[in-house]
Design a protein around this ligand. Sequence first.
Ligand code: ADP
Length: 528
Amino acid sequence: MSGAMQDWTMRVTAVLDHAAREAGQREIVTRWADGSETRTNWIGIRRDALKMAQALIALGVKEGDRVASLAMNHSRHLVSWYGVAGMGGVLHTINPRLFDDQLEYIANHAEDRVLIYDAAFQSIVDRMKPLWPSIEHYICFDNGEFEAWIGQQDGDFEWVEGSERDPCMLCYTSGTTGNPKGVLYEHRSTVLHAIAGLQPSAFNFSPSSVMLPVVPMFHAASWGLPYSGAMAGIKFVFSAVNDPAILDELMKREGVTDSAGVPTVWLAHFQYCDAQGIDLPALKAATIGGSAAPKFMIERLMKNGTRVQHAWGMTETSPIGTVGGPTWDWEHLSFDEKVAKTAMQGRPVFGVELRIVDLDDMSTALPRNGTTSGALQIRGPWVIKRYFKAEQDATTADGWFDTGDVAIIHPDGTLQLTDRTKDVIKSGGEWISSVELENAAVGHPSVAEAACIGMYHPKWDERPVLFVVKKEGAALSASDVIDHLKPLIAKWWLPDAIEFVDDIPHTATGKISKKDLRERFSDYRLAE
Ligand code: ADP
């Protein structure tokens, strides 16, 4: 016997239809790179997306074809998310900060046919064009070009229908090892993920929410915000430039209540407001993810009345895995306890399951006791099954995807990331968390940044070495750092050496690149 409810195909175009129908007048504001501003609304986004779908078909783009974007956050980029999906295409959002060899690799691997780009990235386009043979059409988002292109169409169009398992978006991981790998999101996975983002324990949107996403639209689908926000019918404020002065002015003038970004974004914002002697914007909620949010950041935002939603996820998980909204016992926790809890990576939203397994024997699941750490695995309808064009599944036989992260799970479900499997340091058969060492080190007022890697040691296999960037003008010695660390970590975790460096290498998504750091110090030898 089957159930007796209606068929309803989960396509992302239904999300935009809903926004235009139910929250049509809600504004979408863009501050462009040239300083100008435009205002449209969900009805306008839908009208333009319909025209764009027609314009792509007129170019000869077929269902399943990849259309690439090389762009920051703005309303035209938002139009293209829905316009491409609306004609059955796949939007491939390219990260403009990738290195040339990665840019070359991913556009060719994706076999992109069209590229739509910001004028700010004209030099990338000029440089890469000869290396991108599959791209037949280049369209600039700026200088009136995009508007003129879609303006040739009348918008009298019905979204292309198809299976909810059809792909709608392609994102490549930045590839800290080997070539970048493509993650092909489906209409269904995207819609389910966006609904999950609406949970009060996740983005907690209401119709009065005004969101300025600082997380770029090319970074793991901007964490699904352009879909969740459309479902909730919120107002969006976009800035095509990531400058704290511009973001601050926009947040205050446009009544922004919510924002989302990686920790460095908040750091830059603090520095800007401190230098100007002005208040931080009065946000209701800030989602922080992509890297661990340091305690002082959480503390400062919370003291400013902002709810901090510390989230963990990855491109392979669409990306929401866990989010750290308030827990049931929130009212009973002290301020310090709230900060400590928020510094962990939150709890799974409905739809994903997490488990930790033994690092040496991945078939053994470990307890969620708040102390045991293991390799973190995840499964759920918006978690990757297979990389784009890969021959084999990326999951275990029983459907778990191995995240490459090392974590502890607490009895209340809170996830606490302790390291990456590649970075955890094995000393005398015991594990040392490089991330915990780094977090402890950056708590020193003279430390700007710290990165810890395991170096070969003849007796212990590996021992931690901590690379430290001092704050400008700070006087800091290796023994100052060790004295600071002593009360914070186990004695046998203390680094064997502290090395002061001018800078620490970063990946295209702003994370510390330990691969590059290891390469830079490949001749480094620890004294025995
Ligand atoms: P990339 O930035 O390399 O494209 P992702 O954005 O997919 O890749 O990065 C995912 C990884 O980022 C996770 O596996 C985890 O190691 C790290 N990460 C994400 N969120 C957090 C967080 N809140 N705390 C610590 N690490 C995080």
